[in-house]
Design a binder for this molecule. Structure first.
Ligand code: NAP
Length: 370
């Protein structure tokens, strides 16, 4: 019988899943492409460039902890690309723990990061396993850039902005709407403070003459990642699309939610949010175009007597996500991770390493602004 492949890619039929498969092939990492529909996974992966030379098999799996743990057993790493993670994440992370696998995912939902840190961080640590959600465009490059700022200057406060050009997928749109119900927080003197709900922020972005409209969008993962970081006391993260019309639409939805949907029971809130997301995006967008779908992460660090700013100029946020997942799986299958338990991607895999891998594949480049 063939040995178990070291990596299970869960959600392989998705837009991000197929890109992770593409980069797993580039790193030469054997993987199991798993999900709820084997025929769809086979169909989607058959169109991934070069996939005929990848070492992979396709498996259909149910969504219970036991079914997932049974599939994960014997593997080393689970890459989870099935979201919204606040809905579908708990069974997958529990199954990874049960099967003794490291866990990485592509979530950007702060509420999910807090849940993982509080409920699973120590359990993974006690088994010598890593649990690193958010190993994705939003917010791993900005996490890496923030750590460059922290080593460059004497800063204790971070403001972080991540924005992208492009068309959110079905799963991303569902998630953008699902997080509206959650409480997004920033960090003030290492304590969580809730953002004012349904409020937009004008932001200045290097490389653009006009200001952009950003949202706190559920809070982003950084406040959770930096909560127990002794150098850092204050973190505010914002973000969104480099498209004012879409951002105005999201802000209007947030206001509508506060006025008419929040008073409803939780299940009804979730149903209405999913319905609104369905009205915006039901399909899968085309493959990204690196000349149009640009990304930017800006980090400003401030201390009492010091200041530093840098930006990561990039392209194709979903490709960055696929690459980061594949690199994480590659590093974990070699046993090269720097942490166990709950950790940010840059803490787990190295901030310079993540920036280098993104740059070496032509997807982004760090620039110091000051
Ligand atoms: N942080 C970031 O930078 C970042 C980047 C990209 C994506 N994301 C997040 O990652 C998630 C996926 O995004 P995507 O763009 O890949 O979306 P997508 O193209 O819609 O793919 C979603 C995947 O999840 C699977 N799935 C959905 N519901 C499921 C369920 N109940 N049980 C089992 N599998 C299920 C889908 O399976 P079927 O094909 O069978 O429907 C598909 O494989 C979203 O939450 C998105 O916000 C985050």
């Amino acid at each position: 019988m063939a040995a178990k492949k070291p990596v299970v890619l869960y959600g392989a039929s998705g837009f991000s899943g197929r890109l992770a498969a593409e980069y797993l092939r580039e790193f030469g990492v054997p993987f199991i492409a798993a999900g709820r529909n084997k025929t769809k996974i086979q169909d989607v992966l058959s169109r991934v460039p070069g996939i005929e030379t990848a070492d992979y098999e396709t498996v259909q799996v149910g969504s219970s902890v036991d079914e997932l743990a049974n599939l994960f057993s014997g593997a080393k790493v689970v890459c989870n690309t099935v979201g919204p993670f606040i809905y579908y994440g708990p069974a997958v992370v529990e199954a990874a723990l049960k099967a003794g696998c490291h866990y990485v995912d592509i979530s950007g939902e702060q509420a999910w990061h807090r849940q993982i840190a509080e409920c699973w961080g120590e359990k993974f640590a006690s088994k010598g396993l890593l649990v690193a959600p958010g190993t994705a465009f939003m917010s791993a490059p900005s996490d890496a850039a923030a750590r460059v700022c922290m080593e460059t200057a004497n800063v204790d406060s971070l403001e972080i902005l991540s924005m992208f050009d492009g068309m959110p997928t079905f799963g991303s749109t569902q998630t953008i709407f699902a997080v509206i119900q959650t409480e997004g927080c920033y960090l003030e003197q290492n304590r969580y403070k809730p953002w004012v709900r349904a409020k937009g922020y004008e932001v200045v972005v290097p490389g653009y003459m006009r200001t952009q409209l950003a949202l706190s969008w559920g809070g982003f993962p950084h406040p959770v990642w930096y909560k127990n970081e002794p150098q850092i006391a204050n973190v505010r993260s914002f973000g969104g699309l480099l498209n004012r019309e879409i951002m105005e639409g999201v802000l209007a939805t947030e206001k509508h939610f506060e006025e008419t949907i929040r008073p409803l029971p939780k299940a009804e809130q979730e149903r209405k949010l999913a319905e609104m997301a369905n009205a915006v995006q039901t399909g899968t967008p085309p493959r990204e175009n690196s000349r149009t779908q640009r990304t930017i992460d800006v980090v400003v660090g401030r201390g009492s007597t010091d200041y530093v700013q840098c930006a990561v100029f990039g392209t194709c946020c979903y490709r960055q996500t696929g690459l980061l997942q594949a690199y994480a799986a590659h590093a974990l299958s070699l046993g090269a991770q720097k942490k166990v338990g709950f950790a940010s991607p840059a803490a787990a895999f190295g901030h310079r390493e993540l920036l280098k891998v993104l740059e070496s594949f032509g997807l982004s480049k760090l620039k110091m602004i000051s």
